[in-house]
Design a binder for this molecule. Structure first.
Ligand code: 4NP
Length: 167
């Protein structure tokens, strides 16, 4: 059995590569690398083949995540069948995904922050804000949200797929 997760943002150079790097590392630490497949993609095509934004790479490196091997790609129609979870960073990305998703796979789509452990609480947004045109502070804020939502997603996957407890 394998389960697969695709993170989606607009450019695939800031938010979704950050989520990809964080979840990938947590899965490796949990010993689930053979069971959970992780990838990321963008709804837009401006940065195809490029590595993540240096500001995202630096913010991730500060917390011990390596994004250096990731390269931007665009979401394709095949992704909806290929990935069990297609998780959008914001509503605009989710709308773009819905518009291209074959009807039988719409159940694979949701907002990533639906998995935040404190979803609905004061101060917890429903979307991961786009940091691209903002200041440096936006990047650690993305990481705060991504780390928490990855923990919630891992707990969900462990429960739903009965993954063995972490060592
Ligand atoms: P991301 O951020 O969707 O988190 O990768 C963006 C990156 C690039 C652009 C917009 C958002 N852009 O307009 O080029």
């Amino acid at each position: 059995m394998t389960v697969s997760v695709l993170f989606v943002c607009l450019g695939n150079i800031c938010r979704s590569p950050t989520a990809d790097g964080v979840l990938r590392q947590r899965i490796a630490e949990a010993g689930w690398a053979d069971v959970v497949r992780v990838d990321s993609a963008g709804t837009g095509d401006w940065h195809l083949g490029k590595g993540p934004d240096p500001r995202s790479t630096a913010a991730a490196r500060e917390r011990g995540y390596d994004l250096s091997s990731l390269r931007a790609r665009q979401v394709s129609a095949e992704d909806f069948a290929a990935f069990d979870y297609v998780l959008a960073m914001d509503r605009s990305n989710l709308d773009a995904l819905r518009a291209m998703c074959p009807a039988q796979y719409t159940g694979h789509l949701s907002l990533f922050l639906d998995f935040h452990p404190r979803r609905g609480a004061d101060g917890i947004p429903e979307e991961v804000p786009d940091p691209y045109y903002g200041d440096e502070q936006g990047f650690p804020q993305v990481l705060d949200l991504v780390e928490a939502a990855c923990d919630g997603l891992l707990a969900h996957l462990a429960d739903r797929y009965r993954l063995p407890a972490r060592p």
